[in-house]
Design a protein around this ligand. Structure first.
Ligand code: FES
Length: 97
């Protein structure tokens, strides 16, 4: 089963392929903050430390909300992406301006 590792909290959780990172966060009782859950507010910004290839592609809303610098730094919006398999390592992060 796919594994989501919450690096800053030293927690991990196994989930089904296709599970949203928001649902994985809830299952692990991890601390990623959420706001709009629509890809618009940026509250759920995460840094993908490894396993970007195991996440669904960037959504149209993410593309509009994330800056070019954030995309280049492997940042995603946790409310928008889902794990497709394998393992990912993530942590909440602050905006890059
Ligand atoms: S919670 Fe608002 S962008 Fe994810």
């Amino acid at each position: 089963m796919p594994v989501v590792i919450f690096e800053d909290e030293e927690k991990s959780v196994e989930v089904e392929a296709g599970t949203s990172i928001q649902d994985a966060n809830d299952k692990a009782d991890a601390n990623i903050p959420f706001g709009c859950t629509q890809g618009e507010c940026g509250t759920c910004l995460i840094e993908v430390l490894s396993g970007m290839e195991n996440l669904t592609p960037i959504t149209e809303d993410e593309d509009m909300t994330l800056s070019a610098e954030e995309k280049a730094a492997n940042y995603r919006l946790a409310c928008q992406c889902k794990i497709t398999g394998g393992e990912i390592k993530i942590q909440p992060t602050d905006e890059i301006f």
